[in-house]
Design a protein around this ligand. Sequence first.
Ligand code: 5AD
Length: 364
Amino acid sequence: MHNLLEKAYQTNDLTKEEIMYLLENITPEDREVLYSYALKTKQAYYGDKVYLRGLIEFSNICRQDCLYCGIRASNAKVERYRLTPEEILGCCDQGYELGYRTFVLQSGEDLWFTEEILVDLLQVIKKRYPEIAITLSIGQRGVKTYQSLFGAGADRFLMRHETASKELYEKLHPTMRFDDRRDCLSALKEIGYQVGAGFMVGLPGQKPADLAEDLRYLMELRPDMIGIGPFIPHSETPLGAEKGGTIEDTLVMVALARLLIPGSLMPATTALGTLHPLGREFAFKAGANVVMPIITPPSVRKKYALYENKICGDDHPEDCRYCIEGRIQAAGFEVDLGRGDSWQYSFLTAKRFTSKKRIYSRND
Ligand code: 5AD
Protein backbone atom coordinates (compact mmCIF):
# COMPACT_ATOMS: atom_id res chain seq x y z
CA MET A 1 0.00 0.00 0.00
CA HIS A 2 2.75 2.45 0.92
CA ASN A 3 4.45 1.84 -2.43
CA LEU A 4 1.23 2.72 -4.19
CA LEU A 5 0.75 5.92 -2.19
CA GLU A 6 4.37 6.83 -2.79
CA LYS A 7 3.90 6.20 -6.52
CA ALA A 8 0.82 8.44 -6.63
CA TYR A 9 2.75 11.18 -4.82
CA GLN A 10 5.87 10.92 -6.99
CA THR A 11 4.30 10.39 -10.41
CA ASN A 12 0.74 11.78 -10.12
CA ASP A 13 -0.39 8.64 -11.86
CA LEU A 14 -2.27 5.46 -10.91
CA THR A 15 -4.04 2.94 -13.11
CA LYS A 16 -7.70 2.14 -12.59
CA GLU A 17 -6.71 -1.19 -11.03
CA GLU A 18 -4.28 0.48 -8.65
CA ILE A 19 -6.94 2.97 -7.53
CA MET A 20 -9.40 0.13 -6.96
CA TYR A 21 -6.84 -1.83 -4.94
CA LEU A 22 -6.20 1.27 -2.87
CA LEU A 23 -9.88 1.94 -2.20
CA GLU A 24 -10.52 -1.66 -1.22
CA ASN A 25 -7.55 -2.05 1.10
CA ILE A 26 -6.77 1.33 2.64
CA THR A 27 -6.45 1.34 6.45
CA PRO A 28 -6.86 4.32 8.80
CA GLU A 29 -3.06 4.59 9.06
CA ASP A 30 -2.69 4.57 5.28
CA ARG A 31 -5.27 7.32 5.07
CA GLU A 32 -3.11 9.60 7.21
CA VAL A 33 -0.16 8.98 4.88
CA LEU A 34 -2.38 9.71 1.87
CA TYR A 35 -3.65 12.98 3.40
CA SER A 36 -0.13 14.15 4.19
CA TYR A 37 1.02 13.50 0.61
CA ALA A 38 -2.04 15.36 -0.68
CA LEU A 39 -1.32 18.30 1.62
CA LYS A 40 2.31 18.46 0.46
CA THR A 41 1.18 18.37 -3.16
CA LYS A 42 -1.29 21.19 -2.60
CA GLN A 43 1.41 23.23 -0.89
CA ALA A 44 3.78 22.71 -3.83
CA TYR A 45 1.22 24.18 -6.24
CA TYR A 46 -0.71 26.69 -4.14
CA GLY A 47 1.11 27.13 -0.82
CA ASP A 48 -1.18 27.37 2.21
CA LYS A 49 -3.73 29.57 0.51
CA VAL A 50 -7.44 28.85 0.59
CA TYR A 51 -9.45 30.79 -2.00
CA LEU A 52 -12.86 32.21 -1.15
CA ARG A 53 -15.74 32.40 -3.64
CA GLY A 54 -19.06 34.07 -2.91
CA LEU A 55 -21.86 31.64 -3.81
CA ILE A 56 -25.17 33.06 -5.04
CA GLU A 57 -27.91 30.41 -5.33
CA PHE A 58 -30.18 32.46 -7.55
CA SER A 59 -32.99 30.03 -8.47
CA ASN A 60 -34.12 26.63 -7.20
CA ILE A 61 -36.37 26.04 -10.20
CA CYS A 62 -35.15 23.02 -12.15
CA ARG A 63 -36.28 21.19 -15.26
CA GLN A 64 -34.22 18.10 -14.42
CA ASP A 65 -35.23 15.28 -12.14
CA CYS A 66 -32.04 13.82 -10.66
CA LEU A 67 -33.01 11.11 -8.19
CA TYR A 68 -30.74 12.36 -5.39
CA CYS A 69 -31.48 16.08 -5.54
CA GLY A 70 -33.84 17.96 -3.23
CA ILE A 71 -34.77 20.55 -5.87
CA ARG A 72 -35.61 17.98 -8.59
CA ALA A 73 -38.59 18.93 -10.72
CA SER A 74 -40.85 16.26 -9.16
CA ASN A 75 -40.39 17.46 -5.60
CA ALA A 76 -43.65 19.33 -5.16
CA LYS A 77 -42.84 20.16 -1.54
CA VAL A 78 -40.12 22.66 -2.41
CA GLU A 79 -41.13 26.27 -2.29
CA ARG A 80 -39.65 27.59 -5.50
CA TYR A 81 -37.91 30.96 -5.82
CA ARG A 82 -36.10 32.94 -8.45
CA LEU A 83 -34.07 36.07 -7.71
CA THR A 84 -34.42 38.88 -10.22
CA PRO A 85 -31.31 40.08 -12.09
CA GLU A 86 -31.44 43.21 -9.89
CA GLU A 87 -31.43 41.06 -6.75
CA ILE A 88 -28.51 39.04 -8.08
CA LEU A 89 -26.64 42.26 -8.74
CA GLY A 90 -27.42 43.31 -5.17
CA CYS A 91 -25.82 40.06 -3.93
CA CYS A 92 -22.72 40.88 -5.99
CA ASP A 93 -22.57 44.37 -4.44
CA GLN A 94 -22.76 42.89 -0.98
CA GLY A 95 -20.25 40.17 -1.87
CA TYR A 96 -17.84 42.73 -3.28
CA GLU A 97 -18.08 44.75 -0.06
CA LEU A 98 -17.24 41.60 1.89
CA GLY A 99 -14.09 41.23 -0.21
CA TYR A 100 -15.03 38.45 -2.63
CA ARG A 101 -13.46 38.68 -6.09
CA THR A 102 -15.10 35.56 -7.52
CA PHE A 103 -18.85 35.15 -7.66
CA VAL A 104 -20.37 31.77 -8.34
CA LEU A 105 -23.84 32.09 -9.88
CA GLN A 106 -25.54 28.77 -9.26
CA SER A 107 -29.10 27.62 -9.96
CA GLY A 108 -31.30 24.74 -10.97
CA GLU A 109 -31.80 24.42 -14.72
CA ASP A 110 -34.19 27.35 -14.91
CA LEU A 111 -34.83 28.41 -18.50
CA TRP A 112 -36.47 31.68 -17.42
CA PHE A 113 -32.85 32.79 -17.42
CA THR A 114 -32.48 32.87 -21.18
CA GLU A 115 -29.20 33.41 -22.94
CA GLU A 116 -30.20 37.05 -23.43
CA ILE A 117 -31.04 37.70 -19.79
CA LEU A 118 -27.82 36.02 -18.64
CA VAL A 119 -25.70 37.92 -21.17
CA ASP A 120 -27.16 41.23 -19.95
CA LEU A 121 -26.56 40.27 -16.34
CA LEU A 122 -22.96 39.19 -16.96
CA GLN A 123 -22.21 42.40 -18.84
CA VAL A 124 -23.60 44.57 -16.07
CA ILE A 125 -21.65 42.70 -13.38
CA LYS A 126 -18.42 42.84 -15.39
CA LYS A 127 -18.86 46.52 -16.16
CA ARG A 128 -19.34 47.30 -12.50
CA TYR A 129 -16.57 45.00 -11.27
CA PRO A 130 -14.10 44.41 -14.13
CA GLU A 131 -11.47 42.72 -11.98
CA ILE A 132 -13.63 39.92 -10.60
CA ALA A 133 -14.13 36.41 -11.97
CA ILE A 134 -17.59 35.02 -12.63
CA THR A 135 -18.27 31.33 -12.36
CA LEU A 136 -21.50 29.93 -13.76
CA SER A 137 -23.09 26.75 -12.42
CA ILE A 138 -26.37 26.56 -14.31
CA GLY A 139 -26.28 23.12 -15.90
CA GLN A 140 -26.70 22.00 -19.46
CA ARG A 141 -27.27 24.46 -22.32
CA GLY A 142 -26.38 24.56 -25.99
CA VAL A 143 -22.85 25.29 -27.18
CA LYS A 144 -23.96 28.57 -28.74
CA THR A 145 -25.30 29.76 -25.38
CA TYR A 146 -22.08 28.73 -23.64
CA GLN A 147 -20.16 30.75 -26.24
CA SER A 148 -22.31 33.86 -25.78
CA LEU A 149 -22.02 33.67 -22.00
CA PHE A 150 -18.25 33.36 -22.25
CA GLY A 151 -18.21 36.34 -24.61
CA ALA A 152 -20.29 38.33 -22.12
CA GLY A 153 -17.76 37.83 -19.34
CA ALA A 154 -18.25 34.42 -17.68
CA ASP A 155 -14.78 33.11 -16.80
CA ARG A 156 -15.47 29.71 -15.31
CA PHE A 157 -18.12 27.01 -15.39
CA LEU A 158 -18.87 24.36 -12.79
CA MET A 159 -20.71 21.25 -13.82
CA ARG A 160 -20.01 18.04 -11.99
CA HIS A 161 -20.01 14.92 -14.13
CA GLU A 162 -21.76 13.38 -11.04
CA THR A 163 -20.53 9.83 -11.75
CA ALA A 164 -18.34 8.36 -14.47
CA SER A 165 -20.34 5.12 -14.51
CA LYS A 166 -22.72 5.23 -17.48
CA GLU A 167 -25.01 2.68 -15.87
CA LEU A 168 -25.25 4.51 -12.57
CA TYR A 169 -25.55 7.87 -14.32
CA GLU A 170 -28.52 6.69 -16.33
CA LYS A 171 -30.26 5.27 -13.26
CA LEU A 172 -29.86 8.54 -11.36
CA HIS A 173 -30.71 10.94 -14.19
CA PRO A 174 -33.95 9.93 -15.93
CA THR A 175 -34.07 13.23 -17.84
CA MET A 176 -30.44 13.36 -18.98
CA ARG A 177 -27.97 11.47 -21.15
CA PHE A 178 -24.50 10.44 -20.03
CA ASP A 179 -22.80 11.52 -23.25
CA ASP A 180 -24.51 14.92 -23.33
CA ARG A 181 -22.99 15.92 -20.02
CA ARG A 182 -19.51 14.93 -21.12
CA ASP A 183 -20.01 16.74 -24.43
CA CYS A 184 -20.99 19.89 -22.51
CA LEU A 185 -17.86 19.67 -20.37
CA SER A 186 -15.63 19.23 -23.42
CA ALA A 187 -17.36 22.11 -25.22
CA LEU A 188 -16.93 24.42 -22.22
CA LYS A 189 -13.24 23.62 -22.11
CA GLU A 190 -12.87 24.15 -25.84
CA ILE A 191 -14.55 27.57 -25.59
CA GLY A 192 -11.97 28.67 -23.05
CA TYR A 193 -13.74 28.51 -19.71
CA GLN A 194 -11.90 27.31 -16.64
CA VAL A 195 -13.97 24.21 -16.13
CA GLY A 196 -14.99 22.38 -12.98
CA ALA A 197 -16.14 18.77 -12.93
CA GLY A 198 -16.61 16.41 -10.00
CA PHE A 199 -18.73 13.73 -8.44
CA MET A 200 -20.54 12.47 -5.37
CA VAL A 201 -19.22 9.75 -3.09
CA GLY A 202 -21.44 7.07 -1.57
CA LEU A 203 -24.20 7.03 -4.19
CA PRO A 204 -26.44 3.95 -3.93
CA GLY A 205 -24.83 1.15 -5.92
CA GLN A 206 -21.54 3.02 -6.44
CA LYS A 207 -18.55 0.64 -6.38
CA PRO A 208 -14.77 1.17 -6.03
CA ALA A 209 -14.52 0.56 -9.79
CA ASP A 210 -16.90 3.48 -10.40
CA LEU A 211 -14.94 5.80 -8.12
CA ALA A 212 -11.70 4.75 -9.82
CA GLU A 213 -13.37 5.60 -13.13
CA ASP A 214 -14.30 9.05 -11.73
CA LEU A 215 -10.64 9.78 -11.07
CA ARG A 216 -9.51 8.37 -14.41
CA TYR A 217 -12.07 10.55 -16.18
CA LEU A 218 -10.79 13.62 -14.34
CA MET A 219 -7.21 12.72 -15.29
CA GLU A 220 -8.33 12.70 -18.90
CA LEU A 221 -10.45 15.86 -18.79
CA ARG A 222 -7.88 17.83 -16.76
CA PRO A 223 -10.42 20.28 -15.31
CA ASP A 224 -9.29 23.46 -13.55
CA MET A 225 -11.64 22.74 -10.64
CA ILE A 226 -12.87 19.53 -9.01
CA GLY A 227 -15.83 19.35 -6.62
CA ILE A 228 -16.14 16.16 -4.60
CA GLY A 229 -18.77 15.75 -1.90
CA PRO A 230 -20.62 13.00 -0.05
CA PHE A 231 -24.08 12.03 -1.24
CA ILE A 232 -26.56 13.03 1.48
CA PRO A 233 -30.07 11.54 1.19
CA HIS A 234 -33.01 13.93 1.00
CA SER A 235 -36.27 12.51 2.37
CA GLU A 236 -38.43 14.03 -0.38
CA THR A 237 -36.56 12.16 -3.12
CA PRO A 238 -36.65 8.53 -4.30
CA LEU A 239 -33.28 8.00 -2.56
CA GLY A 240 -34.53 9.29 0.79
CA ALA A 241 -34.13 5.95 2.57
CA GLU A 242 -30.65 5.18 1.18
CA LYS A 243 -27.39 5.40 3.08
CA GLY A 244 -25.26 8.46 2.36
CA GLY A 245 -21.53 8.81 1.71
CA THR A 246 -19.08 8.92 4.63
CA ILE A 247 -16.63 11.60 5.53
CA GLU A 248 -13.67 9.20 5.35
CA ASP A 249 -14.53 7.89 1.89
CA THR A 250 -15.01 11.44 0.62
CA LEU A 251 -11.70 12.65 2.06
CA VAL A 252 -9.87 9.73 0.46
CA MET A 253 -11.29 10.74 -2.93
CA VAL A 254 -10.37 14.41 -2.36
CA ALA A 255 -6.80 13.43 -1.47
CA LEU A 256 -6.46 11.09 -4.45
CA ALA A 257 -7.81 13.78 -6.78
CA ARG A 258 -5.17 16.17 -5.42
CA LEU A 259 -2.41 13.64 -6.18
CA LEU A 260 -3.70 12.67 -9.63
CA ILE A 261 -4.75 16.13 -10.90
CA PRO A 262 -2.32 18.11 -8.74
CA GLY A 263 -2.83 21.63 -10.14
CA SER A 264 -6.60 21.70 -9.69
CA LEU A 265 -8.63 23.97 -7.44
CA MET A 266 -10.68 21.83 -5.09
CA PRO A 267 -13.42 23.10 -2.77
CA ALA A 268 -13.98 21.83 0.72
CA THR A 269 -17.65 21.27 -0.01
CA THR A 270 -20.61 22.45 2.03
CA ALA A 271 -21.81 18.82 2.00
CA LEU A 272 -18.65 17.82 3.91
CA GLY A 273 -19.32 20.62 6.39
CA THR A 274 -22.83 19.25 6.78
CA LEU A 275 -21.67 15.70 7.62
CA HIS A 276 -19.23 16.84 10.30
CA PRO A 277 -18.71 20.21 12.00
CA LEU A 278 -15.04 20.12 10.95
CA GLY A 279 -15.58 18.40 7.60
CA ARG A 280 -14.24 21.31 5.57
CA GLU A 281 -11.18 21.70 7.80
CA PHE A 282 -10.39 17.99 7.30
CA ALA A 283 -10.68 18.58 3.56
CA PHE A 284 -8.12 21.44 3.66
CA LYS A 285 -5.73 18.99 5.30
CA ALA A 286 -6.45 16.41 2.61
CA GLY A 287 -5.72 18.67 -0.35
CA ALA A 288 -8.72 21.01 -0.80
CA ASN A 289 -7.93 24.71 -1.30
CA VAL A 290 -11.19 26.53 -2.03
CA VAL A 291 -14.30 27.29 -0.04
CA MET A 292 -17.55 28.77 -1.28
CA PRO A 293 -19.29 30.72 1.48
CA ILE A 294 -22.94 31.38 0.69
CA ILE A 295 -24.03 34.95 -0.07
CA THR A 296 -27.58 34.03 -1.06
CA PRO A 297 -30.07 36.28 0.79
CA PRO A 298 -31.26 34.76 4.10
CA SER A 299 -34.90 34.99 2.95
CA VAL A 300 -34.44 32.20 0.36
CA ARG A 301 -31.40 30.26 1.60
CA LYS A 302 -33.27 27.37 3.15
CA LYS A 303 -35.17 26.75 -0.06
CA TYR A 304 -31.97 25.83 -1.89
CA ALA A 305 -31.84 22.46 -0.18
CA LEU A 306 -30.16 19.96 -2.51
CA TYR A 307 -29.90 17.82 0.62
CA GLU A 308 -31.27 18.19 4.15
CA ASN A 309 -29.66 19.87 7.18
CA LYS A 310 -27.46 21.97 4.93
CA ILE A 311 -25.36 24.27 7.12
CA CYS A 312 -25.59 28.08 7.21
CA GLY A 313 -29.36 28.19 6.47
CA ASP A 314 -29.99 30.85 9.11
CA ASP A 315 -26.82 32.84 8.50
CA HIS A 316 -26.28 36.15 6.77
CA PRO A 317 -23.57 36.66 4.13
CA GLU A 318 -21.30 38.46 6.59
CA ASP A 319 -21.63 35.60 9.13
CA CYS A 320 -20.40 33.09 6.56
CA ARG A 321 -17.59 35.34 5.39
CA TYR A 322 -16.03 35.69 8.84
CA CYS A 323 -16.93 32.22 10.10
CA ILE A 324 -15.02 30.71 7.20
CA GLU A 325 -12.06 33.04 7.67
CA GLY A 326 -11.77 31.97 11.32
CA ARG A 327 -11.99 28.30 10.38
CA ILE A 328 -9.30 28.58 7.70
CA GLN A 329 -6.93 30.34 10.07
CA ALA A 330 -7.64 27.97 12.96
CA ALA A 331 -6.81 25.05 10.67
CA GLY A 332 -3.44 26.68 9.89
CA PHE A 333 -4.13 28.03 6.39
CA GLU A 334 -4.30 31.52 4.82
CA VAL A 335 -7.35 33.21 3.38
CA ASP A 336 -6.89 34.48 -0.18
CA LEU A 337 -9.57 36.82 -1.49
CA GLY A 338 -8.04 37.24 -4.94
CA ARG A 339 -9.49 35.87 -8.18
CA GLY A 340 -7.58 32.66 -7.54
CA ASP A 341 -7.25 31.28 -11.06
CA SER A 342 -6.21 27.67 -11.43
CA TRP A 343 -2.57 26.75 -11.66
CA GLN A 344 -2.88 25.37 -15.16
CA TYR A 345 -4.85 28.42 -16.35
CA SER A 346 -2.27 30.83 -14.92
CA PHE A 347 0.52 28.76 -16.38
CA LEU A 348 -1.02 28.66 -19.87
CA THR A 349 -1.85 32.37 -19.79
CA ALA A 350 1.72 33.16 -18.78
CA LYS A 351 3.00 30.97 -21.60
CA ARG A 352 0.76 32.71 -24.15
CA PHE A 353 2.00 36.04 -22.90
CA THR A 354 5.65 35.03 -23.09
CA SER A 355 5.31 33.64 -26.59
CA LYS A 356 3.67 36.90 -27.72
CA LYS A 357 6.53 38.84 -26.20
CA ARG A 358 8.95 36.64 -28.03
CA ILE A 359 7.24 37.39 -31.34
CA TYR A 360 7.40 41.11 -30.64
CA SER A 361 11.09 41.02 -29.84
CA ARG A 362 11.78 39.07 -33.02
CA ASN A 363 10.00 41.71 -35.07
CA ASP A 364 11.54 44.67 -33.29
N1 5AD B 1 -26.28 15.13 -1.69
C1 5AD B 1 -25.07 15.62 -1.98
N2 5AD B 1 -24.81 16.38 -3.05
C2 5AD B 1 -25.85 16.67 -3.87
N3 5AD B 1 -25.92 17.37 -5.01
C3 5AD B 1 -27.18 17.37 -5.44
N4 5AD B 1 -27.96 16.67 -4.60
C4 5AD B 1 -27.15 16.20 -3.62
C5 5AD B 1 -27.34 15.39 -2.47
N5 5AD B 1 -28.54 14.91 -2.15
C6 5AD B 1 -24.72 17.93 -5.66
C7 5AD B 1 -24.59 17.48 -7.12
C8 5AD B 1 -24.66 18.78 -7.89
C9 5AD B 1 -24.18 19.79 -6.87
C10 5AD B 1 -24.60 21.19 -7.15
O1 5AD B 1 -24.78 19.33 -5.67
O2 5AD B 1 -23.34 16.84 -7.30
O3 5AD B 1 -23.84 18.81 -9.04
